[in-house]
Write a protein that binds this ligand. Structure first.
Ligand SMILES: [Zn+2]
Length: 384
């Protein structure tokens, strides 16, 4: 076969391919050269057009409606998550505020409830908690959150730290299974928490633990180790295979996509949100871009976009932002930067990460899952 015939054969073969792909269209129209890229990938310009969900935010004051107004402009719905951090901010107060927001912004806000740990060792704690959660679910909560104070602060009646595997939580977990409600678990902390500040891998963690030394576990070598915290969460999942679980903050396995992959393989009813840990994916992408991208594509059904946006977040404080316009612009930039990371392929530098990395250029099908449909699947209350 001479060169000319080979080329013409190639041409016929390409034509066949084109007709294969256009088969089924009633009026085949000539396609632009770049049409396939447009079909497969989003661009930065699509950011404001595509419906998205930020599945982990904390809106607590009237001021925080700046986030909601920005979310409306940027096409986000928000899952507002209650957290029990101290008796000063009760689950009831947070719930009432969420319900008020839902009244004002019914198309944007949904909420997840939590429960008080006050009086944990009293004999009526369990029944009071079950009552509260039943009412909360009846009022529209679509998730229940537990926080790192379980495992790090809460003491049982023997004055030992109570982990999430404590039998006191069993009936609560059972209730969630019966009601088809997802447990959102922020259990443990980033591995950085057990390191000195200067050895932490991302700036966000250095800022947070400088401001919150009581959770900087490096300073408390007698408390449970990182591995013990993760093991308790793994045990929770092994004990409760019917419990639908979303591990907040990449399931506290933010430091290595391979470690997270092992847990997702072991626990089919576990997904994770990325709230406040996208910088850890970016940090890994500096040296292992392909590994991060492969991980997201492999586990595309198990990853939920989230940010942990809140007015008092350490990056907002570090930048000294106080004006509503500044804060809503900050939210917009955070959301936009993440979109650029997941959809684009350009070299990027971000405030929390040392070094440069490229955008992951994930296919639209994967982007739609992590930005919306996974949240709707793992929190069925988000479905429309
Ligand atoms: Zn959070």
């Amino acid at each position: 076969m001479n060169k000319k015939t080979r080329i013409s054969n190639l041409f016929v073969f390409s034509l066949c391919l084109v007709s294969l792909f256009t088969f089924g269209q009633t009026t085949p129209t000539p396609k632009k050269n770049n049409s396939s890229a447009e079909d497969i990938y989003y661009t930065l310009a699509d950011f404001g057009r595509v419906e998205k969900i930020d599945a982990h935010v904390h809106l607590r004051t009237d001021f925080d409606t700046v986030f909601i107004r920005q979310a409306a402009r940027d096409k986000f719905r928000l899952l507002n998550v209650s957290v029990y951090t101290s008796p000063n901010l009760t689950p009831e107060a947070q719930e009432n505020f969420s319900l008020k927001l839902i009244g004002e912004f019914p198309n944007i806000v949904t909420y997840g409830t939590t429960f008080s740990l006050e009086g944990f060792n009293n004999s009526n704690w369990e029944s009071k908690t079950l009552d509260y959660l039943e009412k909360s679910i009846a009022r529209g909560a679509i998730a229940v959150k537990v926080w790192k104070n379980i495992g790090m602060e809460l003491k049982n009646e023997r004055d030992e730290l109570a982990m999430i595997t404590d039998p006191a939580f069993d009936s609560i977990l059972q209730l969630l299974v019966e009601k088809d409600i997802t447990l959102l678990g922020h259990l443990g902390e980033p591995k950085n928490t057990w390191l000195p500040l200067e050895e932490m891998t991302v700036q966000g963690d250095r800022d947070y633990f400088r401001e919150n030394p009581r959770y900087h576990m490096h300073q408390f070598p007698d408390l449970p180790s990182y591995e013990e915290q993760v093991a308790a969460r793994d045990q929770l999942l092994a004990n409760n295979p019917d419990l639908r679980f979303v591990g907040a903050h990449l399931g506290s396995l933010e430091y290595d996509v391979n470690e997270l992959a092992k847990r997702l393989d072991s626990f089919p009813n576990m997904a994770v949100d990325m709230a406040e840990r996208i910088s850890h994916l970016q940090h890994q992408a500096v040296t292992n871009w392909e590994g991060v991208r492969d991980f997201i594509i492999t586990y595309q059904d198990r990853l939920l976009y989230g940010t942990d946006l809140r007015a008092g977040a350490s990056d907002i404080q570090a930048k000294g932002l106080t004006e509503p316009e500044e804060i809503s612009e900050h939210a917009h930039q955070v959301w936009l930067r993440h979109w650029q990371f997941f959809t684009g392929d350009q070299e990027m530098q971000v405030p929390k990460v040392t070094g440069t990395f490229n955008g992951l250029k994930l296919p639209k099908t994967v982007v739609d899952k992590i930005y919306r449909t996974n949240a709707e699947k793992w929190y069925p209350g988000l479905r429309r």
